[in-house]
Ligand binder design. Sequence first.
Ligand SMILES: [Zn+2]
Length: 973
Amino acid sequence: MPVKWHEIEEKWQKAWEEAKIFEADPDPSKPKYFVTVAYPYPNSPQHIGHGRTYTLADVHARYMRMRGSNVLFPMAFHYTGTPVLAMSKRVKAGDADLIDTFVRIYKVPQEALKEFVEPIKIARYFHEEIEASMKKVGYSIDWRRDFTTIDPQYNRFIEWQFKKLRKAGFISQGSHPVGWCPSCGNPVGQHDTLGDVEPEIEEFTIIKFEYNGCFLPAATLRPETIFGVTNVWLNPEVEYVKVSVENEQWIVSRESVEKLRYLNRKVEIRETFLGKELVGKKVSNPVAAGEILILPAAFVDPNNATGVVMSVPGHAPYDYIALKDMKREASQLKQYGIAREALDALKPISIIAVPKHSPYPAADVVKEMGIKSQVDPSLEKATKEVYRHEFHNGRMKENTKQYAGLPVAEAKQRVKADLVKEKKADIMYELVNKPVMCRCGTECNVKVFEDQWFINYGEPGWKATAHKAFENMEILPQELIPEFNYVIDWLHEKACARKAGLGTKLPWDPEWIIESLSDSVIYMAYYIIVKHIKEQGIKANQLTDSVFDYIFLGVGQRSEVAKEASLNPEALEQMRSEFSYFYPLDSRHSGRDLVPNHLTFMIFIHTAIFPEALWPRQIVVNGSVLMDGRKMSKSFGNIIPLREAIKLFGADPLRFAVLATSELLQDADFSSNLARSVRDRLERFYRFAVENGQTQADFLGGSPTLIDKWMLSRLQRHIRMATEAMDKLMVRKAIHSALYALDQDFQWYLRRTGGQKEASERRGAIAQVVKNILDTQVKMLAPVAPHICEEVWEKTGGKGFVSLADWPVYEEAKVDTRAEESEALIRSILEDTLNIIRTTRIAPKRINYYVAAPWKWKIYLMALKKSFSMRISLNDLMKELMTHTDLRRIAKKVSRFTSQIVDEVNQMPDDKKNLRLEMGSVDELETLIAAESFFQKELDAEINVCSEEAPRRHDPEKKAELARPYRPAIYIE
Ligand SMILES: [Zn+2]
């Protein structure tokens, strides 16, 4: 029976749509659950990597629906921004690379491609493509609520958001450094760069060392170490230039000139020379008397800031190592006219005291890490290590003048501010994570942008509120909490508008267009009302600020607001009440790349606009997907669009494969083999369930026996584990319980009972257990593999959709420890017997099991009890046992048995002891006799079970007396 995946998928997608089961409207009788995932940019099809994030959100929505919530899971499309503009330009220019990507990887048909010269056509094409793939993969989305971010009504919503932010004082205008593409002439954020990297800007202090009437501006992240400078480093082999900067002359690397210009400095090049020409000359430190040497260093990178570096060997590992190297090779410095004595005079200067460190932390760390040369890559780590210690625990020493005694963190700020004020230093910005490439292929830099509009995430009061909101949220997985806290602290002014692209115009300065990370922070609220906007045909101009104030904040008089906006008061009220029902957002899903921007912005902006009760409640972050162990990338040619993957593997196997193999934050490793093996597994499940889950007619026959109770007890445990895992969205773990672990037990059950095929009086009872398991299993798998589960559900007589069935509930009352222990006994006896057969190579005719006599149980349980408080010893135990007359009579036997169990009892874990004490004396005879026919079948031999002291026992080899509780003696003939 081949499984026709695509038929099954289409059948159920159609059935869901017709029955409108994912369309959520307010229902006061149910708890609501509102889950969203970041809406996609329609500038490429979704691929398997996106598939993971969206599928996880869908699984979450489906799970909560089965848990009885009224779940709203909507979707929209983020047209905002410049990527489609850049793409259409490249199509127009006939860019072969991009066109190849469209045709070969994205499978865009020729006639559609022709239209891609218009940016909006690109967006519309991929919008449809993504929507179709989301439907084909079976997402339980309420499609009545989709919109795009260039809809005029949405523009009104964003205008309202921005007016609110401005009124609250969170919007500012000024000159600020931004990541910048010199070719596009636009600020760049994460979504404008190749590989989606956020440009990270770092502020350097450049301290001016005077030389011959001009300055060498040394760039540093640690201005407070100026007091420990022993020399200046230049790279002897690279080009430096003398430039005029306003009314000063500077000497900097050639590479830095352009960067200084982007920081709005007028820079003119006067002279060009190699660094070596200045080596050996002397400069003066702006805060100290005397002169210091310029020395050569290969580690100086002309691309980093000014290409001039000050040397602080006491506190900077690079400088410490470089100075050491230099002293070793002092003879080579003769060419620069530097004498060995001058080098010997250079000693690290200690200016910071750090607890548990010598005066020279740089030397300590270099020694600890075994660093030998200035090109050792671990120097980077060493530098961070020293900085961490000094920044958090260090204090400035006496030789730092007015800064003495200050914590390093404070001194850093004060030294910088003072030097800048006295014009002894300046500020320069640099990208720390360079090279960052714009999507157009140009390397980005930092530009100080004039009159730029910002959202001021650096405002301290706002930060405190964001922290408060964050603390009340659930973050999954929890290990991301420190990362979020770091981002909240670190965020500062963020450019929020551009001069180009699609989107909403800044309401008070319409030359600017609000950029994509700023118009996507509270749109979850818009999902709730867009349904009404579409149904009622509400126009953008009717959505006045007072309308939004009324709906979202409950401000104003309904009749007045409606009248002023020419809105039907009923419609206004419906929007208000639906918003009040579904908000706040219960869960937000996204990939990890949105932690440092979108997800954190969402928290900030919610606190700025909405009252505390409406702040988001949960964030779920997942890792990415690797393809055959490699990162997905166009250059590897291993990007598979979602629709393509569904065609190849089927929707359920795909959903399963991206979620079942890794925990939340791990990378999932996708491969065709994985998808195929998952598909095989699901097909096996399907066939078995359809074959065995149908019997309902003959549930008569026999009450449940121990093995039935065992199976139902194990089922409860799997339900509990799967439910606990799903609550934390640990889907891999949930699937493990619901499918693999449950199946292991199920297989054992079928082996023990012979399934329903055995025609016996127990057939009905077994069928009932099997049905129970399959019903439970299909429900637990339904969120992840909904299509095949609907099909099984229907074929096995389930009512309605399994998508709407109740998630199985853990029932403690059905947990049967006694049955579980008895079954464990049977399992271990079977294993022991098989082991004996294997090692002795006997072909058994008859197998004898002897169970322990009652007096052995008495001793065993006494020993267990005693061993809780102390280690038991044979002597003590014997003394006590001999006070019992019945045992004294068989003292020799007692002694032999007791010596056999002392070690076992002492080593047993407490919970197992508890369990066994609770069970008391187990009737092993009954248990084994009940399993006789099973043993017979498994071992293909006659089975004989008796007590070790049974009067007419067959025991030719005297094995019976070896019986112990839970370890019957075995004799094979
Ligand atoms: Zn560019």
